[in-house]
Design a protein around this ligand. Structure first.
Ligand code: GLY
Length: 367
């Protein structure tokens, strides 16, 4: 269970600091605060670190990253892209850790977006059969979602994240100031996951509605509370269901149609968050029509504020590919497709819906 403000003293300048305990016995310390807290937060983790970071961050945040070198050794900058999210890169990272002389008493620090933290986390799970690691997500999407929960992975030709391991980071450090250099489109993308959390956690709704536009503009004092609220929500879910046997699946709200749109457009037109924003529209339309719940209008108003930059219109071939992706979903059962729906704000349900309902969800998503 998340343990708000328990245990360690809140480091100076951290706006949030709490512990998350997992059924496996793992414990993650979650901190929203500046990168400069990293040496203090890593105390006791090991004697030698492998400090991995996305090479693009060095140009953007060079001084802050180089300031970590006295504590962690040289920056091990990695070129990162979705098409390099492969096991061969995990092997390359392990070779770098080995060359750095990391032993069983070492640990990994990963600073980057979800691709880098997923790969570095998997390398940490495998290197010497597992060393501790710290996740420092540098995009809003990774701060509010991928960073916490221990899912690590790489892609196979057949699909994304088809190989991986659960390996909980000891620390997740989210520094909102790293987000100032993100393109606005990337911030909107991360805000789709924030809005998803707010639909699942009504206590977040007022603050989300109030701060959404300022957070999209990159204002740290609007981003920090939304990051903290999303992390506290995710912490509650994953601490109760570490391996997605139950409620963790609700975090996939909006993702069924979202993944189908990403597949249909070759992962090129939409960012992940944009696809989720559209997927949320589809899931809300099905929720409204299939469940006799409430609050759908408020939920839809919030979702429609999420900016999706590219045209959402699908040509006939893309629409067909999206429908195929939906109906071939690996979680389908007897021809019915698994969706997370919302009976009401904060009340998600798993439902198996007909292909005709899938078409309705897709059309509502891109209309
Ligand atoms: N991104 C959803 C999860 O971590 O389960």
């Amino acid at each position: 269970m998340p343990t708000p403000e328990a245990g360690p003293a809140v480091p100076r300048a951290a706006s949030a600091d709490f512990l998350v305990d997992f059924p496996s016995g793992a414990r993650t310390r979650v901190v929203v605060g500046p990168l400069s807290l990293l040496p203090e937060l890593s105390q006791g983790l090991g004697v030698r670190a492998g400090l991995l970071c996305d090479a693009r961050l060095v140009a953007l945040h060079g001084p802050a990253l180089r300031a970590l070198q006295p504590a962690f050794g040289d920056l091990l900058a990695r070129p990162v892209s979705e098409d390099r999210k492969q096991l061969v890169e995990v092997e390359a990272i392990c070779e770098v850790l080995s060359a750095r002389g990391l032993g069983r008493d070492g640990f990994v620090v990963a600073i980057g977006g979800g691709v880098l933290t997923d790969l570095a986390g998997l390398a940490a799970a495998l290197y010497l059969r597992g060393v501790p690691w710290i996740s420092v997500p540098s995009t809003l999407l990774a701060q509010v979602d991928a960073g916490l929960g221990g899912k690590t992975g790489a892609n196979l030709r057949a699909g994304k994240n088809l190989v991986g391991a659960f390996h909980q980071p000891r620390v997740v450090l989210c520094d909102p100031s790293l987000l100032a250099t993100l393109p606005g489109r990337e911030r909107w993308s991360g805000l789709a996951e924030v809005v998803k959390c707010a639909l699942l956690e009504p206590a977040m709704l007022d603050v989300c509605e109030a701060l959404l536009d300022r957070a999209a503009a990159g204002e740290p004092d609007a981003l920090a509370p939304l990051i903290e609220a999303s992390l506290r929500h995710k912490a509650r879910v994953v601490s109760a269901d570490e391996r997605e046997g139950g409620a963790r699946a609700y975090l996939n709200l909006g993702h069924t149609v979202g993944h189908a749109l990403e597949t249909a457009t070759g992962y090129e037109r939409f960012t992940h968050g944009e696809a989720v924003a559209l997927g949320l529209r589809g899931a809300l339309e099905l929720s409204r029509s299939l469940l006799s719940g409430s609050d759908h209008a408020r939920a839809l108003r919030l979702v429609q504020r999420l900016r999706v930059q590219p045209s959402t219109r699908l040509d006939p071939a893309e629409r067909e590919r999206a429908l195929q992706a939906l109906t071939r979903d690996k979680k389908a059962k007897d021809g019915r497709i698994r969706f997370v729906l919302l009976r009401a704000l904060g009340a998600p349900e798993l439902a198996y819906v007909s292909p005709a309902d899938c078409i309705r969800a897709l059309d509502a998503a891109v209309s």
